[in-house]
Design a protein around this ligand. Structure first.
Ligand code: ADP
Ligand code: MG
Length: 323
């Protein structure tokens, strides 16, 4: 049985590219870029709560880092360094090797150095702290949305929730929708390039980890405004619509900006090869209030304010591909 230190050396120590001192001492040393601010965020993934026990370990390794990258993206920052605290019930080296492979695939794709962490025995969970950099004064916050701004979202929220519902037998997806939704659930793509490009454009931004309504709700509350929201998914079923409005785990970005910036967003969508959709407008009104209309224009009630860890979606049906 390998020691804790052998595990760290074998699975969590890799060459770094922009770190003074990484894994192996009592602390890491980093030198932030002059003229920049550090953005720091932590997210924990707990077995049974954030991932199913039989999740592919390489996918889990990817996702453990990707969900943290998403927070850095939402701040408009460049991800740079991460630490990783790991609790494992027992040492399973084959499992750990796959987890590390997925984790470092994500790290190298997004330019992250893993600079430290902790390794201990316990119920399986993973906690990353991530460090990003943003030019001083340029971070995107939740609090800048103004009445009259348009509301935009990247990609198509709800796919991860549909993928999970399919795996749990609560909903049936057919190809090609199935592969798309499972990929969204297991290998989320943090919108780092989008976040960086929104610097100086967006008035507010957040990533969709708990569901569109819940997370956009945070922008409304932080900014002291209300919103008109139009469902931008084909009304194939109430289930699909509710996943769009309230499904969690998507890691798309929601952001606001003045109508005068529409052309910039259209150009950005082209450059990034990423769908960017205008889904509503910020209004004066009670902070956090939503007026929601369905894709066909009828007013609807919110299914619930947002995702929580005990979310249950309506009964099973099927979804047809997006219009
Ligand atoms: P200490 O006892 O001084 O806290 P540890 O024995 O916990 O140190 O860790 C030894 C080194 O390995 C430290 O540099 C720590 O940051 C690093 N480390 C421990 N676990 C991990 C991990 N899962 N991923 C990356 N680095 C880790
Ligand atoms: Mg330690």
């Amino acid at each position: 049985m390998p020691s804790e230190f052998e595990l760290i050396a074998r699975y969590f120590t890799r060459a770094t590219s922009h770190t003074l001192l990484g894994v192996g001492d009592d602390g890491a040393l980093i030198a932030p870029t002059p003229g920049h601010e550090l953005v720091i965020s932590s997210d924990m993934l707990v077995e049974g709560t954030h991932f199913l026990a039989d999740t592919d370990p390489a996918d889990l390794g990817w996702k453990t880092l990707a969900v943290n990258l998403s927070d850095i993206a939402a701040m408009g920052a460049r991800p740079r360094w991460a630490t990783l605290a790991v609790a494992l019930p027992a040492v399973d080296e084959a499992w750990l090797a796959c987890f590390a492979r997925g984790f470092f695939a994500c790290a190298s794709e997004f330019g992250i150095d893993l600079i430290g962490g902790d390794t201990t025995r316990g119920p399986r969970n993973f906690c990353v702290t991530i460090f990003g950099e943003v030019a001083s004064g340029c971070a995107l916050r939740r609090s800048g949305a103004k009445a009259g701004d348009d509301i935009w979202v990247s990609g198509r929220p709800g796919r991860a929730a549909l993928g999970l519902a399919h795996l749990q037998g609560r909903f049936r997806l057919d190809e090609p929708e199935l592969a798309d939704c499972i990929a969204a659930l297991q290998r989320p793509q943090p919108r780092v390039a989008l976040g960086l490009a929104l610097q100086g454009l967006a008035t507010a931004a957040i990533d969709v980890s708990d569901g569109l309504l819940a997370d956009l709700g945070h922008i409304l509350e932080a900014s002291g405004v209300a919103a008109q929201l139009k469902v931008a998914v084909a009304p194939a079923s109430t289930f699909a619509r509710d996943a769009w409005l309230a499904g969690g785990d998507d890691y798309e970005l929601v952001f606001t900006l003045p109508t005068a910036k529409h052309a910039d967003i259209a150009a950005l969508s082209q450059t990034l090869g990423l769908a960017l959709t205008c889904i509503g407008r910020i209004e004066e009104g009670p902070a956090g209030r939503f007026d929601i209309t369905d894709a066909d224009g009828t007013r609807i009630e919110a299914p619930r304010r947002g995702y929580d860890h005990f979310m249950s979606l309506p009964e099973a049906g099927t979804v047809s591909p997006d219009a």
